[in-house]
Design a protein around this ligand. Structure first.
Ligand code: CA
Length: 226
């Protein structure tokens, strides 16, 4: 059972979400403004936040910034009526985990909630060994294994793979990845693409239906959980 904070001013959507989340065995709490949401998230431990961007007191993106200042881990799923690719990227840049466009089906949203809760349990373990399908990373030894065989990565390839692994299941934007691997302004999307191609050649195998690393065209990359 997870504590889930819903920040949404539309009563009908609030109720729909509450019912669906309760059916999944969760404990939802709903508030209708950005300020209430920020206050609640500061004072309580929540496992996941569902955030509407169009709120009466201020834009929902302010909630992302406020929450991320004191909490980098809690998954945030944005639900927005705005069909705007640039805004989706801005949200992901700010540390949002997923972005769902309205209107959405509650089944779809619940699947995304499940995925986020699963990933956060895996990544919160702070393990020194990361395993995902055929891929294994030993963070202490800085070694990477594919189907049990060690592969040799350059320093930047290793950092790139680590950033993806630490955010498994989450789409990371080009800017986010570049800032984590090279530092802000340390590379550009074309440079990143070259490193990513080399990395994928070394660590990807076609063993599963799902790719290990997914290219989100125009947005960034995501490591899938195999
Ligand atoms: Ca709204």
């Amino acid at each position: 059972m997870a504590e889930i904070l819903i920040i949404e001013d539309d009563r009908a959507i609030q109720n729909l979400l509450k019912i669906a989340l309760k059916q999944e065995g969760h404990n939802p709490v709903a508030v209708k403004s950005a300020m209430e949401g920020i206050n609640y998230a500061i004072k309580n431990i929540v496992d996941l936040i569902i955030l509407d961007l169009g709120l009466p007191d201020m834009d929902g993106s302010n909630v992302i910034d406020s929450v991320r200042k004191f909490n980098e881990k809690t998954p945030i799923i944005v639900v927005s009526a705005r069909d705007d690719e640039a805004e989706k990227i801005r949200c992901l840049d700010r540390g949002v985990n997923d972005y769902v466009q309205k209107p959405f089906s509650s089944a779809e949203l619940m699947a995304r909630v499940r995925a986020q809760l699963r990933y956060s349990t895996v990544t919160n373990l702070e393990q020194n060994v990361f395993e995902n399908g055929y891929l294994k990373i030993d963070f202490t030894a800085h070694s990477v294994f594919v189907s049990g065989e060690e592969v040799h990565l350059t320093n930047f390839e290793y950092k790139l793979l680590s950033v993806l692994a630490n955010n498994v299941g989450k789409t990371l934007t080009h800017n986010y990845i570049i800032s984590k691997v090279w530092g802000v302004g340390g590379n550009d999307s074309n440079g990143l693409r070259v490193f990513m191609a080399n990395l994928r050649r070394k660590v990807e195998k076609n063993l599963y239906e799902q790719e290990l690393i997914r290219t989100e065209v125009g947005v960034g990359y995501r490591m899938n959980r195999l």
